[in-house]
Design a protein around this ligand. Structure first.
Ligand code: FES
Length: 167
């Protein structure tokens, strides 16, 4: 059994930063000789650490013998990599054309008031990361938004608080 498999994955004991870095180091040592493994290492590191802050990027770059610019460049290129801590839930308000003309901006404004943070940020309690999207495939029932994987259609700004109350 690999040492990765032996690690406790339950919620009874939060790993500290050093333990997370140790696990990431093990992963790097395992993958670094494999061609094109940087994306996989970044994915696994993000799963362990939650996001990829600059300090961790430097650690990964050093241990993989790669320039920091290469590591940061890959992280910037792919939207699934995050450099800031993310909230437990992700809210995405659609600002595609159909949603924009049917009130998407009002949803953004109201959510900024309710959450107390500007779009593109995470609430202080780390409950929500608040973003906009280009189109989420519900144009016929605009304005639309998503919370995690759930799509909300024809959203009325006055209903936002009751939608969020379910979370
Ligand atoms: S433009 Fe909003 S769902 Fe398509």
């Amino acid at each position: 059994m690999s040492s990765e498999a032996l690690k406790c994955q339950c919620c009874c004991e939060e790993e500290n930063d050093q333990q997370k870095y140790d696990r990431i180091a093990e992963i790097i040592d395992k993958y670094k000789k494999r061609e094109g493994s940087l994306i996989q290492v970044l994915h696994l590191s993000q799963n362990i650490y939650g996001y990829l802050p600059l300090e961790l990027q430097k650690f990964i770059a050093d241990r993989m013998d790669k320039p920091l610019s290469e590591v940061s460049g890959v992280i910037t290129f792919y939207s699934f990599f995050a450099t800031q801590p993310r909230g437990k839930h992700t809210i995405r308000v659609c600002m595609g054309t159909a949603c924009y003309v049917r009130g998407g901006k009002k949803l953004v404004d109201r959510l900024e008031d309710i959450l107390g943070v500007p779009v593109g940020s995470t609430t202080e309690d780390k409950k929500y990361t608040f973003e906009v999207a280009r189109c989420i495939g519900a144009c016929g029932l605009a304005p639309a938004m998503m919370i995690d994987d759930v799509v909300f259609k024809q959203v009325n700004p006055d209903k936002l608080e009751s939608i969020l109350a379910k979370y």
